[in-house]
Design a protein around this ligand. Structure first.
Ligand SMILES: O=P(O)(O)OC[C@H]1O[C@H](O[C@H]2O[C@H](CO)[C@@H](O)[C@H](O)[C@H]2O)[C@H](O)[C@@H](O)[C@@H]1O
Length: 282
């Protein structure tokens, strides 16, 4: 029984194409909840060493590898310790849903300026949370975005219920985008999403195969990008084969129906990377 047995149709063809020429493949993954286990304190998160080793094995097999995260890119590189891995010399990390970038090859960060409307949101947020009855929620100010965390609230579901409407309303008023996730409401500038980021990386690397792994609502545009890149192929265009992997313990989570393969947790993602790299040398 192989981890890849559930891949069917175009997703199975993508696996075959990946194995035929990994140097023309891109493997991109989300960070939190996919290669970094979800924890109460966002600052206490860290990449699973086995998942990083699996990514490194894929890079050594010739694949282009990337992280696409909602985190600020500086934070993701620091928490993931991505600068320390010798086999990840070509890793690209895209932060804030694709707006920020770090290249392991050069060590260079590319950080556009923070949008002023997000600053205005951050200023108004404390009063909004107090008015909603949840003044002590953890606020993660990421410069280009603000995340309100309910994971550590006395009643996370009640806190989420109480703040969702007012946060959405203020975001709308300021022309910002609401990005809901696991026990978090993020407000960020409109524009780029993970689907755009993934497409850009595919084009930049002239990838013929793409694999994307993610666990949350913010990953859905990337799942959709995999599908649409793939359907361009069936339309007779020189297209991009691909498959997507959802990390979900809950079968009702929206990522499940959008993915080609579902795994339960971060260790299973590590297994998948390791098995995929091993298949290359079979
Ligand atoms: O795109 P991602 O890499 O998945 O990042 C999405 C957000 O993840 C972080 O929050 C989530 O992980 C935390 C640490 O495990 C957890 O406490 C929280 O409940 C999760 O929602 C991060 O804090 C955000 O900035 C990211 O945008």
């Amino acid at each position: 029984m192989s981890l890849f047995d559930d891949l069917a149709g175009p997703a199975r063809e993508a696996l075959d194409r990946f194995l035929a020429d990994p140097s023309r493949a891109l493997v991109a993954t989300d960070f939190d909840g996919t290669i970094s286990p979800l924890v109460d304190d966002p600052e206490a998160a860290g990449a699973d060493p086995r998942a990083v080793a699996g990514l490194a094995a894929l890079a050594e097999a010739g694949a282009h590898v990337a992280i696409i995260t909602g985190r600020p890119v500086h934070t993701a590189v620091r928490l993931g310790r991505f600068g320390e891995h010798p086999a990840l010399k070509r890793l690209v990390v895209l932060g804030q849903y694709g707006v920020e970038r770090w290249d392991a090859a050069t060590g260079q960060f590319d950080l556009p300026e923070d949008p002023p409307a997000v600053r205005e949101f951050a200023v108004k947020l404390p009063q909004l949370l107090a008015d909603a009855g949840w003044p002590d929620l953890h606020v993660e100010d990421k410069g280009r975005a603000v995340g309100v965390h309910t994971r550590r609230a006395s009643d996370p579901a009640a806190a989420m219920e109480a703040i969702r409407g007012p946060v959405a309303e203020l975001a709308e008023l300021l022309g910002l985008r609401l990005e809901p996730g696991h026990n978090i409401l993020e407000v960020r500038a409109r524009g780029v999403d993970k689907g755009d980021a993934l497409r850009a990386l595919v084009a930049e690397n002239a990838a013929e195969t793409v694999v994307f792994c993610g666990d949350d609502l913010g990953d859905l545009p990337a799942f959709e990008a995999v599908r649409s890149l793939r359907s361009a192929e069936t339309g007779g265009e020189p297209g991009v084969a691909g498959f997507s992997v959802a990390v979900a313990a809950d079968a009702d989570h929206p990522v499940v129906e959008k993915a080609d393969l579902v795994v339960p947790d971060v260790p299973a993602v590590a297994d998948l990377f390791t098995a995929l790299a091993a298949k290359v040398s079979e």
